[in-house]
Design a protein around this ligand. Structure first.
Ligand code: 6PG
Length: 243
């Protein structure tokens, strides 16, 4: 039985365009008269999706209402090549009419990872204090070959955080840069809609486990839940056999 939440595109760009179209639909379908919140994913897979938002769908996005957040950030300066903020600046934010005060980046240029996490949590608390609820409208996430998502890595104690919305973590040795700030499960799971963007044959086996097995700390992506919809946008290379 094909998974109705699994959207398979022939290649990375088709995946990116399909995901961008879904994002636009979800944002435009939201109730009028209030700010909209979009959480951006880092890594490489989402970059072409952001380019489609800035070009193909530029005139369809309610930029004046939209607020951008990041699901995680590497603890590097915003101009660093490893910065998720820099990647989204180059592919999206510098190209669209977003009010600067709607861009809520993780402040990685002030002190320590813990200080950055506390400051970012304050940003979130302040934003949601003015809203009717504390749900993100749309949250984008990627998934690593090891099943991590945002900077929630396999079997990390941060997966058992129940209160904090933001934590600083140290990535496993196979991931660089090591120091990161991440939204926690309690915060990420307060999203109306979640879209995972996953591409490449190295993720196929992990994706199959996440889709077909019980949630586990060994596969943090499997611990993500959404209030209204959770969809997987994948390319043919990442499609699990038989899915
Ligand atoms: C990051 C991301 C991370 C990413 C996955 C997949 O900061 O790197 O938040 O969770 O989504 O590692 O990365 P790719 O899209 O590059 O495969």
């Amino acid at each position: 039985m094909p998974d109705p939440n699994l959207h398979v595109s022939p290649d990375r760009d088709a995946l990116a365009r399909a995901a961008a179209e879904r994002i636009v639909h979800l944002l435009r379908d939201a109730p009028p008269g209030r700010p909209l919140s979009l959480v951006l994913a880092g890594g490489s897979t989402p970059a072409p999706c952001y380019r489609h938002l800035a070009t193909t769908f530029r005139d369809d996005v309610p930029w004046d209402r939209l607020h951008l957040f990041w699901g995680d950030e590497r603890f590097v300066p915003p101009e660093d090549e490893a910065s998720n903020f820099r990647m989204t600046f180059e592919t999206l934010t510098q190209h669209v009419p977003l009010p600067p005060e709607h861009i809520h980046r993780v402040p990685t240029d002030n002190g320590s990872p813990d200080a950055a996490a506390r400051a970012y949590e304050t940003t979130l608390l302040r934003f949601f204090a003015a809203q009717a609820d504390d749900l993100f409208d749309v949250t984008l996430l990627g998934m690593g070959d090891d099943g991590h998502t945002a900077s929630l890595f396999p079997n990390d104690a941060v997966l058992h955080e129940t209160d904090a919305w933001v934590r600083s973590v140290t990535a496993p040795a196979y991931m660089t840069p090591p120091r990161r700030i991440t939204l926690t499960l309690p915060r990420l799971n307060r999203s109306r809609h979640v879209l995972f963007l996953v591409a490449g044959d190295t993720k196929r086996d992990t994706l199959r486990q996440v889709l077909q097995e019980e949630p586990s700390d060994a596969l943090p992506a499997s611990r993500i839940q959404a209030r209204t919809s959770l969809a997987w946008y994948v390319d043919a290379a990442a499609r699990p056999d038989g899915s």
